[in-house]
Design a protein around this ligand. Structure first.
Ligand code: FES
Ligand code: FES
Length: 155
């Protein structure tokens, strides 16, 4: 038994049927083909699956798809403006904050939610903002620098 929901994802209207126990991550990746959002742990511990729902960063592996009914979702596919990268994406490339890249889509979405809420976060606030993300490659310093540099670019 499914439920019909209406939502906006990356500024596109969707009318889809979801199962009651289906996660937002499953909906995005397996039904809508939005595979930029990664699945790591599947249990809320790594942050790889982070997307933005109504302005807040959430772990889509723990978020039920039925709960996006009537809401707006932003995924990594909606971050750039057409061909133009978002300042966060530019800054991550410039600072070398992308290595294997597995954690990157989720980190970028948390960083976007953070900068939307606070345009000039301190280093401590940036570290708090990405605290739910595991990155095996960068040591986090370059990620923090990337977010800080993006805040300057947006200014
Ligand atoms: S896959 Fe969702 S937090 Fe790890
Ligand atoms: S860049 Fe490899 S896990 Fe973060």
């Amino acid at each position: 038994m499914g439920e019909r929901i209406f939502c906006k994802i990356n500024n596109v209207d969707y009318d889809v049927v979801v199962n009651h126990n289906e996660t937002l991550l499953h909906l995005l990746r397996n039904k809508l083909g939005l595979t930029g959002t990664n699945e790591g742990c599947g249990s809320g511990d790594c942050g790889a699956c982070t997307v933005i729902v109504n302005g807040k960063a959430v772990n889509s592996c723990l978020y039920l798809a039925v709960d996006i009914d009537g809401k707006e979702v932003l995924t990594i596919e909606g971050l750039a403006d057409g061909e133009k990268l978002h300042p966060l994406q530019e800054a991550f490339i410039e600072e070398g904050a992308v290595q294997c890249g597995f954690c990157t889509p989720g980190v970028l979405m948390s960083a976007k939610a953070l900068l939307d809420e606070k345009s000039h976060p301190s280093e401590e606030e940036i570290r708090k903002g990405i605290a739910g993300h595991l990155c095996r490659c960068t040591g986090y310093i370059k990620i923090v620098k990337g977010i800080s540099s993006a805040a300057e670019k947006i200014k």
